[in-house]
Design a protein around this ligand. Structure first.
Ligand code: DGY
Length: 318
């Protein structure tokens, strides 16, 4: 008998067809964003859930899941939306989708750094309103080429950002929980602590996952370690940044500009961000290419397939 899978979000057609060929599946044709209670009710007596970053699955929600649920395959590399310890305690395996979105997300991180530093938001408004003329001092930005780039979190995506930044002649510095092998470092300079990394960063790329330790890691104190006029890009998670402290730093010139794709409490956006000009906003597009979204759903499906055929899924995180 086919296993029953509850899919929380609409997937690309081919991904849904693949799932249907393997499992008895309930799809979300209207792509409604379910509340935790709707996920609990919808997945009653199912064997597994294919979730996404928009589903907050905390300990309370997990405690109310049917005992039949054995796996949550999150269709994302980040799994901060799921309490993986609570899942483990209930005997539920959690998987993610690493690797497949590394390039797309690193590409977006470069776009965020460039969009912020070269004042793309103000430029777009000036062009759109036909309110501009070329002049020697018109919308002068900060040049990214040949600067020092600090990377906070040198995992797969951090390293892919470093590779791209090198093409801009940037000198790469990083902080990570531990120093990487020289192979993986590939010439980047390790900093044992955030203070030392921030003091060196003319541009800063946030690439660490959202965890209890990284929540509000960018705050009033850590921002004070930066040089004046630093450019920051965040394609990781909104929770890593204390938004009030960032707004203050954007206003007082500590931060020249901030490019971000991810938000605290998405899809809401801190209202002050919408008023500032030295900001470049995107609506969580990091993995938004057709190929990447297809791969993410494919990988989540493979994790489900492996799990139910008795193999350890390659992307188990708990
Ligand atoms: C992820 O996979 O964590 C991305 O943020 C989804 O776009």
């Amino acid at each position: 008998m086919k296993k029953k899978i509850f899919v929380t979000r609409k997937l690309l057609k081919e991904n849904e067809e693949k799932l249907q060929s393997l499992f008895e599946v309930t799809l979300n044709k209207d792509d409604k964003i379910f509340t935790p209670q709707e996920i609990i009710d919808g997945s009653k007596n199912y064997d597994g859930i294919l979730s996404s970053v928009t589903d907050p699955i905390n300990a309370d929600t997990i405690s109310k899941f049917s005992n039949s649920i054995k796996i949550i395959a999150n269709g994302a590399v980040g799994f901060g939306n799921i309490d993986i310890q609570a899942a483990k305690a209930k005997g539920i395996t959690v998987t993610n989708t690493p690797d497949v979105l590394t390039d797309a997300t690193a590409d977006i991180q470069i776009l965020l750094l460039l969009g912020a530093s070269r004042r793309a938001y103000e430029g777009r408004i000036a062009a759109e309103t036909q309110n501009w003329k070329w002049s020697f001092d018109f919308l002068l930005g900060k040049q990214m080429s040949n600067k020092r780039l600090g990377i906070l979190g040198m995992g797969r995506i951090g390293r892919a950002v470093a590779k791209r930044a090198k093409a801009f002649g940037m000198e790469i510095h990083y902080h990570n929980r531990s120093k990487l092998s020289s192979d993986l470092e590939d010439g980047a300079i390790y900093h044992k602590d955030i203070k030392s990394l921030f003091e060196k960063s003319e541009f800063l790329s946030i690439n660490c996952p959202a965890t209890l330790e990284t929540k509000n890691l960018i705050n009033k104190e850590t921002l004070s370690y930066l040089e004046e006029n630093t450019v920051i890009g965040n394609a990781a998670r909104g929770d890593v940044v204390d938004d009030d402290a960032m707004v203050e730093a954007l206003k007082n010139g500590k931060v020249f500009a901030y490019g971000l794709d991810v938000y605290n409490g998405e899809p809401k956006i801190h209202p002050e961000y919408l008023k500032l000009k030295n900001i470049f906003l995107l609506p969580h597009l990091g993995s938004a290419t057709k190929r990447t979204r297809w791969d993410m759903a494919y990988r989540a499906t493979k994790n489900l397939e492996d799990f139910f055929s008795g193999k350890k899924p390659q992307d188990q995180v708990n």
